[in-house]
Design a protein around this ligand. Structure first.
Ligand code: ATP
Length: 250
């Protein structure tokens, strides 16, 4: 049996303005690549923020690696790339290597020192993401796509088992976006990292993700792409043309 990485049971979240998510029940298995889609304001970011302990859970429950989220503390097992990461100011005084090293240091207790092994890990991940030659550059001098790769390197430097990304491709040009998606696919397939990816790239996500979560304050669909593509309910919801566009792989 595969290990369960994320489980929510009738999860609900509210802001002062009212409920945003209701009755969300999902189970994510190790190795899954879940595309989380839905219209603006449908609660996608709220869901991943609730999993990360950044939003309160109003009702129901969530578990990470089998541990109730309120008691979960092994944050090194999760890499998180939040939405709207501000691109860095050109004079921000940190190099690429230092920015990635922060991903390691932030999980250490005081005194927060880099070991030789840590430096090696930073170098290796920069290499894997193809930004090794930028290691000594100031992060603010890089293009948006390069900065996004560096932020992904920071999220990956602890060798997380689960990677949660909230609209990571929003600022990328189409070519860089494709490359980013291929990179994530390789991370998911070669390293067996479980991926939860919030996106509006409805036409692209079908090429890469193994499961689809369609949210609109509640779960409208959760299952494999095969199920999605053969669902008459989803044809009614999206229209056959849009469903076909998302299903070109299947
Ligand atoms: N901090 C907050 N305080 C109050 N309301 C909020 C807050 N954050 C989000 N909301 C509201 O909650 C709802 C869901 O927002 P959320 O950001 O989760 O949606 P989303 O599906 O990620 O949207 P998008 O695709 O536009 O990024 C929206 O109506 C939003 O206005």
């Amino acid at each position: 049996m595969q290990a369960e990485v994320v489980r929510t049971e009738r999860l609900g979240c509210s802001y002062y303005s009212g409920p945003v998510l209701e009755n969300v029940s999902i189970s994510v298995q190790a190795g899954d690549y879940v595309g989380i889609v839905g219209p603006n304001g449908s609660g996608k970011s709220t869901l991943v923020r609730a999993l990360m302990g950044l939003n309160d859970i109003g009702s129901g429950s969530a578990e990470l690696f089998g541990v109730p989220s309120e008691r979960f503390s092994q944050w090194g097992r999760i890499g998180y790339l939040p939405q709207h990461v501000k691109l860095f100011n050109p004079v921000f005084p940190a190099t690429v290597a230092e920015t990635v090293a922060l991903g390691l240091l932030s999980l250490k207790r005081f005194p927060r020192r880099m070991t030789r092994h840590d430096r090696h890990r930073v170098e290796r991940i920069l290499d894997e993401l193809g930004v090794h030659d930028l290691a000594g550059k100031l992060i603010g001098e890089l293009s948006g796509g390069q900065q996004q790769r560096v932020l992904l390197a920071r999220a990956l430097v602890n060798n997380p088992e689960l990677l949660i990304l909230d609209e990571p491709t929003a600022a990328l040009d189409p070519e860089t976006r494709e490359r980013f998606y291929r990179l994530l696919r390789d991370i998911n397939q070669d390293r067996r990292v479980t991926v939860l990816l919030v996106t509006h790239d409805m036409g692209t996500i079908g090429l890469y993700a193994s499961k689809l979560l369609y949210l609109d304050k509640r779960v409208l669909f959760y299952g494999s792409f095969e199920e999605f593509c053969h669902s008459a309910d989803m044809s009614l919801l999206f229209g056959e043309h849009s469903q076909h566009l998302m299903c070109h792989r299947h």
